[in-house]
Ligand binder design. Sequence first.
Ligand SMILES: NC(=O)c1ccc[n+]([C@@H]2O[C@H](COP(=O)([O-])OP(=O)(O)OC[C@H]3O[C@@H](n4cnc5c(N)ncnc54)[C@H](O)[C@@H]3O)[C@@H](O)[C@H]2O)c1
Length: 274
Amino acid sequence: MADAEHLVALVTGAARGIGRACALRLAEANCALVLTDIGHDAPGVPYSLGSESQLEHTRQLCLDAGADAELLLGDVRSEADVEAMMKLALHRFGRLDVVVNCAGIVGPSGKGVDQVSEQDWATMLDINLTGPFRILSAAARIMKPQGSGSIVNIASTAGLVGYRHFAGYVASKHGLVGLTKAAALDLAPHGIRVNAVCPGSVHDSAELEGRMLREVANALDLDGDTEQLFLRDQPSNALVDAADIAETVAWLASGRSRSVVGAIITVDGGFTSR
Ligand SMILES: NC(=O)c1ccc[n+]([C@@H]2O[C@H](COP(=O)([O-])OP(=O)(O)OC[C@H]3O[C@@H](n4cnc5c(N)ncnc54)[C@H](O)[C@@H]3O)[C@@H](O)[C@H]2O)c1
């Protein structure tokens, strides 16, 4: 990916899972990286989030791949933390070319819409929708004077279709799809491209330490082999690999996708085509 060489990329949710896969792929493409994650559990989120040591592990993997990589613990719900992420990119690398908005939660979920509390709704929207908005708008303020940039929002098939008992998650991801389109129109005249990737069910790989599929199963009280249960809905008879999401992100980060603006790209093995 020669044309992504020496770009400076910020990846949120980089401690594990899809965020780690994106960081590694961008490291292989010679990007300099700012890796960030909350790094601890959060009240109201009913499962463990990425840890500081997992974020350090991601950084080490990127260094091993030959990339320059800095890390910073930060919560996408905090304006001050988001400003600190931007400052780190500018002070350490002098610019910001790529943002991957990957941090997200899948629960609290598992209840019918009439049982969802205001608190649970607010937690979901704050992390999954307002968080990416904060990052995107802070990054755009840096990218505008540069006259270039690529922002990739990791949405979901839940940004395109509904799922029973996931109203907050589905609403947050539909919101992120809408934010992507509106921001793309605002920022395209400034040379900044905004696009979204909508993953389907991603295989929780041990190497990446991702756990979202397991948490979806937990929210629905599903027993048994989780991956087999999700496979039943996959036309391609395979779950999505995080590396496939990362490949799409790397392409969107690079100039090879220069005419792709405001696109909502599914990487779901055909799930939403049914
Ligand atoms: N795994 C899937 O099947 C799947 C499918 C569709 C979309 N997605 C989306 O992909 C993204 C990554 O999911 P994943 O599967 O890697 O999940 P994951 O839980 O393994 O990783 C998410 C990361 O985001 C971080 N995070 C959560 N809240 C944060 C906050 N407030 N501030 C900063 N960091 C925070 C977590 O600590 C964690 O490291 C999410 O936005 C998710 O909605 C995942």
